[in-house]
Design a protein around this ligand. Structure first.
Ligand SMILES: Nc1ncnc2c1ncn2[C@@H]1O[C@H](COP(=O)(O)OP(=O)(O)OP(=O)(O)O)[C@@H](O)[C@H]1O
Ligand SMILES: [Mg+2]
Length: 276
């Protein structure tokens, strides 16, 4: 059995393009005959299902309350499975012992049934954001070239280093005018994250600003199926090639994939210390 690849897509602030990237990488993974599931971990602002034109009835929170995984898993027209997020204030990090058991069982089922798990993380450096990012063995950090976005991304990189076992991060610059601008923005991100330890930052690539993305959102269809020749779709295809084709690069083995429950335990211990 091929080993499971868990990829999380995260960003220092909202609206940097995480959900579009996750949805399109999902479709591109399926096109590579990889069984793929998207977990929408963006509790509160769930939106991955919207990009596929789906209306969920159950979500990840219901599964943690005992619903069967199959009842909550949705199938997109493009063949990607989707586990919708709980909308509202539901957190994934404050779990009872029973819910933790359920989460472990769900994780095992996903590992058996899929080749690729893509996690759409909530933005920022809150518990849920760090928790969902740290479940992956490959973390994509999305930022735009604006200085504030790069600063927020640096802050998230510091937080990931401090609170999780993630030791390498792949950076994607969204909304770049050219790949050159993407690389320059990556250089600035490295400069502004040099003040405190971060995981090793690698530049994975850039996505151009492309009006077709807004069109795809309006039509509830992933860009790579709606306009596969558009500039952003081509850039996503390049990202998918480096992420999904070939073996996991050696340096990524330093990340501890599937550390979801270990991280959750750590947060709980930290809480207990604070209370006591
Ligand atoms: N490369 C791009 N070109 C043009 N528009 C884009 C691009 N990437 C994202 N957008 C637009 O930016 C907005 C935010 O995108 P998206 O929802 O994917 O971001 P997000 O990081 O998931 O946001 P949130 O943190 O709110 O979940 C959307 O309106 C989307 O259409
Ligand atoms: Mg989103």
């Amino acid at each position: 059995m091929a080993s499971l690849r868990v990829i999380s897509v995260t960003g220092g602030k909202g609206g940097v393009g995480k959900t579009h990237l996750v949805a399109n990488l999902g479709v591109l993974a399926v096109q590579r005959r990889l069984r793929t599931v998207i977990i929408d971990a963006d509790v509160g602002l769930a939106s991955a299902h919207v990009l596929f034109g789906l209306t969920p009835t159950l979500h990840v929170g219901d599964v943690l309350d005992g619903a069967e995984l199959d009842e909550a898993l949705m199938s997109t027209p493009q063949g990607v499975a989707l586990l919708p997020a709980a909308s509202g204030e539901r957190s994934l990090t404050y779990l009872s012992d029973e819910q933790r058991q359920l989460m472990r069982a769900v994780w095992e089922q996903l590992a058996e049934r899929f080749d690729v798990v893509l996690i759409d993380c909530p933005p920022g450096i809150g518990r849920d954001a760090l928790f969902s990012a740290s479940a992956a063995d490959r973390v994509l950090l999305l930022a735009t070239p604006e200085p504030t976005s790069l600063l927020d991304a640096a802050t998230l990189a510091h937080a990931l280093h401090h609170h999780t076992a993630i030791r390498t991060i792949d950076v994607v610059i969204n909304g770049a005018r050219s790949d050159r601008q993407g690389q320059l923005a990556f250089g600035k991100l490295q400069a502004c994250s040099a003040l405190a330890p971060t995981p090793k930052l690698s530049y994975l690539g850039s996505l151009p600003d492309d009006h077709n993305i807004r069109r795809a959102a309006a039509l509830s269809q992933p860009l790579v199926t709606l306009a596969s020749a558009s500039p952003a779709a081509r850039a996503m295809e390049r990202l998918a090639t480096s992420l999904l084709d070939g073996n996991t690069p050696e340096h990524l083995l330093a990340n501890s994939g599937g550390s979801l429950l270990g991280f959750e335990r750590r947060l709980r211990e930290a809480d207990a210390r604070r209370v006591g």
